[in-house]
Ligand binder design. Structure first.
Ligand SMILES: NC(=O)c1ccc[n+]([C@@H]2O[C@H](COP(=O)([O-])OP(=O)(O)OC[C@H]3O[C@@H](n4cnc5c(N)ncnc54)[C@H](OP(=O)(O)O)[C@@H]3O)[C@@H](O)[C@H]2O)c1
Length: 259
């Protein structure tokens, strides 16, 4: 039994891949989530809530490295504050936070909260690493499907969709290393407009649909036109393209992995 690495949100889309990689690297892993999970040799699940601050002290005890992935549409700023405070109390020696590209610069509540989460971690006394990642292919797939059926796409919005496996791999590498501050953004290999995403989705499914561009109004539209949601240097562009993902998403194994 080695000292476990704590992964908050280790049952989620990214988290469960990170847990598998860390475990595969010979590390014991403790996973914190609200619903918990089934223990396996070297993988222990604990129940807690980062937003409520519940169960954190017990979860952080004896785990010098914490990978904070727990999150959702709301409250990631509050969750990060609770996590940073628990890390400080526990004497955590490395807190790794996942964030999103454009954190703090796009006027959407979720992205603003990510900016605040970064600030809280940066200003805490805990040695940290922050990785900003682009949107996962698997997150954009249902969006592209919906837009395709509605035959619309937000105009002038560019995205850099990235492979979930590539994000998990980078997080695992960072967790096994030391605190590194803010590291290079992680994005997919291409910058695509929403219209490109939907067009490729339609082509993949042999759908002959005309898609209309929908302007995004106000400050949000301006932020997108200025590329506030796009990676800034230094950036690592890795993994499969959207088209490759779509091709792979057709296989039952890839569908199961994307769930
Ligand atoms: N997916 C993307 O495209 C993307 C891109 C960049 C950054 N990120 C960030 O990466 C992180 C993981 O994303 P994901 O797509 O893997 O999310 P996900 O699939 O929705 O998983 C979220 C995980 O966090 C746990 N969780 C949520 N709220 C919690 C809370 N209050 N307390 C404790 N655990 C909680 C969930 O388990 P329970 O529900 O059981 O608690 C689950 O394990 C998030 O912080 C997200 O903002 C995601």
């Amino acid at each position: 039994m080695n000292e476990p690495i704590l992964v908050t949100g280790g049952t989620g889309t990214i988290g469960r891949r990170v847990v598998t990689l860390l475990h595969g690297a010979g590390r014991d892993v403790r996973v914190l989530s609200r619903r918990g999970g089934t223990d396996a040799p070297g993988i222990q699940h604990v129940v807690g809530d980062t937003r409520e601050g519940a169960g954190l002290d017990a979860a952080f005890a004896g785990a010098p490295t914490v990978v904070h992935l727990a999150g959702g549409p709301k409250g990631d700023d509050v969750g990060a504050r609770n996590v940073a405070e628990a890390a400080q109390r526990a004497g955590t020696s490395h807190l790794l936070l996942i964030s999103v590209i454009g954190a703090g610069d796009v006027p959407i509540g979720y992205v603003r909260a990510k900016g605040e989460a970064e600030r809280v971690v940066r200003e805490s006394a805990v040695p940290f690493t922050i990785l900003r990642a682009a949107q996962l292919h698997s997150l954009l797939l249902p969006v592209a499907s919906k837009l395709s059926s509605l035959r619309i796409a937000p105009r002038d919005v560019r995205l850099e969709p990235v492979d979930g496996e590539a994000v998990a791999t980078r997080l695992a590498e960072l967790a096994l290393g030391g605190p590194s501050g803010r590291v290079a953004d992680l994005a997919g290999p291409e910058v695509l407009t929403f219209a490109d995403l939907v067009a490729q989705y339609n082509a993949h499914h042999e759908l002959k649909r005309r898609v209309m561009g929908m302007p995004v109004p106000g400050a949000l539209g301006r932020a997108y036109r200025e590329g506030a949601n796009l990676a800034s240097a230094p950036v690592d562009r890795v993994g499969a393209t959207w088209q490759q993902f779509l091709a792979g998403a057709a296989s039952p194994a890839a569908k199961a992995a994307a769930r």
